[in-house]
Design a protein around this ligand. Structure first.
Ligand code: GLA
Length: 540
């Protein structure tokens, strides 16, 4: 309620009521495909994490995420001597200092409209990913039909459409960059229903089939990736980071070459090409893992099995973040962090069950919450937004919308920020509409994802299709998300600040609309669309 007005109702759900009967302090309904994120101002605004982990002596690359009219002139106070800044691009490169400890940097960005500053604490130690990693991955939007050109297009999109300016960092290649051996090609050709690749009409198998390794065992990318080093250099030239994919099994999930028995060679190769992230996917390692599980004390053996690649990556001269994709088997959250992995998938592929996005997020906010913290994150899979090329039973020739409504996509992204999930989206980068750009380019939402406390939101309420999450933030404010999970009816949800540790008069800021709503006491009632969400930042 706006200041000094008492609360009358408790919680109203629109069961049987006409929309007009729903009274609320604030109307947060969202029209179909309404773009909520305002266009960035001309004045510079620096975004992204304020906390960043790096290992001593490793190569460093960071693009200072900044909105505002270019040209912008950047400067950095406290920059270690081993690093240098490109003042026009706002890209820092060089080497992480060899001395461990905290380095307090201050970024500045200035243009003809004014100047912005933002602190950035570089923590040199063993931990990476002190805030959830952010970026794009190719799988949902392109699946097996992937190429050097598409990955470059993704990097350009992230820079040119303002996504790097809010803090998206990694450009991730998933499965299908490797070669398909002639014998595997025979197998998959006989089973056109079993392999996505066979359903994807655009693929030229002359470019994919061949011996996957050279005489010395070095992996050879397929002809869709003629110059891996050049591709990664291109991503780095934009200040972004690059991600690659493999399996600890002999083959990947699409039956291309995996890393089994070649872990050291592959780790060295990824580092030589310049990659900064590896998604390591169980795929055909199932048999090996099952054998290990039969042993008397399987966990150490399993850990050793997964660890081998991670250990070799750590020996490289780069900080390579590892995302374990083992579909939640073997309670990965209990051991993945202890073997140096920064995130782990909690389940199978979310794009095959897209409507489960809410369930996945709530599982992280309840059962798995204790395992997410700075440097280690539960991964519910990507934000599959915009156009996708595959779902469980279909592999489309051309990408299609997910079938989620605009309201649901706002819920999806709000949830990923609230539960501190790896903030990766997956979409067809050749067909991106303005709605999807708006959905991803909200710096206030990114701030909640990247908050340095790294907290997972508490579930304050979950009943009758109304869900309320709250997450304490570093500056003392609280992010509050109200969700209506009813697909057809509007709802009014009312909260009191005392529900989540607030009190009295609180300033309310609408995060999606980037709008100050003024002071409310002792809470607020909000009207939501079917499947609607309101995301607030409140401060006393
Ligand atoms: C598995 C993973 C997906 C994707 C595909 C690629 O299904 O869970 O995320 O990487 O393999 O083949």
């Amino acid at each position: 309620m706006k200041k000094n007005i008492g609360i009358i109702a408790t919680v109203l759900l629109a069961t049987g009521l006409t929309a007009a009967a729903l009274t609320a302090d604030y109307d947060a309904r969202i029209a179909d495909n309404e773009i909520l994120t305002p266009a960035p101002a001309k004045l510079p605004r620096i975004n992204g994490p304020k906390l960043y982990g790096a290992r001593p002596g490793k190569k460093f690359i960071y693009r200072i995420p900044t909105q505002g009219e270019r040209p912008i002139r950047f400067s950095v106070a406290g920059l270690p001597e081993s690093m240098k800044l490109n003042a026009e691009q706002g890209i820092i490169t060089g080497t992480v200092p060899s001395k461990r400890g905290d380095y307090a940097l201050v970024f500045s960005a200035e243009n003809s409209f004014g100047k912005a500053e933002r602190p950035f604490r570089l923590v040199v130690g063993d931990k990476l990913a002190l805030t959830p990693p952010t970026g794009w991955n190719h799988w949902g939007g392109h699946a097996s039909n992937i190429s050097d050109e598409i990955i470059r297009a993704a990097a350009e999109l992230v820079v040119n459409r303002g996504l790097a300016d809010v803090g998206f960092q990694y450009i991730g290649i998933d499965d299908c960059w490797m070669r398909l051996s002639p014998s595997e090609y025979k197998k998959v050709s006989k089973d056109p229903d079993g392999f996505y690749m066979m359903k994807h009409k655009g693929i030229d198998f002359d470019k994919m089939v061949g011996e996957p390794r050279d005489a010395d065992g070095n992996i050879i990318p397929n002809d869709y990736f003629p110059d891996m080093k050049g591709l990664v250099d291109n991503i780095h030239s934009l200040g972004l980071k690059a991600g690659i994919y493999s399996s600890p099994g002999p083959l990947t999930c699409q039956n291309l070459e995996g890393s089994r028995g070649h872990e050291l060679q592959d780790a060295k190769q990824y580092a030589e090409w310049g990659f900064d992230l590896l998604k390591y996917d169980r795929c055909t390692a199932g048999g090996i893992i099952n054998q290990l599980k039969k042993k008397e004390n399987p966990l150490p053996l399993l850990k050793e099995f997964w660890r081998s690649m991670v250990g070799f990556l750590e020996e490289s001269d780069r900080d390579i973040v590892v995302n374990l994709c083992q579909y939640g088997h073997n309670e990965s959250w209990k051991w993945a962090p202890s073997i140096g992995m920064q995130s782990w998938r909690i389940s199978g592929d979310l794009n095959h069950h897209i409507n489960d996005y809410f369930k996945a997020a709530l599982r992280i906010a309840t059962d798995l919450r204790e395992y997410s913290k700075p440097g280690q994150w539960n991964d519910p899979d990507f934000m599959y937004v915009g156009r996708q090329v595959q779902t469980r039973f279909n592999h489309f020739e051309k990408s299609k919308p997910t079938g989620l409504t605009g309201n649901q996509e706002y819920q999806y992204v709000s949830l990923w920020a609230m539960i501190a999930a790896p903030f990766f989206f997956s979409t067809d980068v050749l067909n991106v509409d303005d709605f999807t750009i708006g959905l991803l380019s909200n710096p206030e939402v990114m701030d909640i994802s990247q908050d340095e406390l790294g907290r997972v939101a508490d579930v304050i309420r979950n009943e009758d299709g109304r869900v309320v999450l709250a997450k304490k933030l570093e500056d003392g404010s609280i992010a509050v998300a109200l969700f209506n999970t009813d697909p057809e009816k509007e709802a009014v949800i009312e909260v009191e600040w005392t529900d989540f540790g607030g009190c009295c008069e609180m300033d309310v800021f609408d995060v999606w609309r980037q709008k100050d709503l003024g002071v409310y006491e002792p809470g607020i009632s909000v009207r939501l669309s079917p499947h609607g969400v309101a995301l607030f930042r409140i401060k006393g």
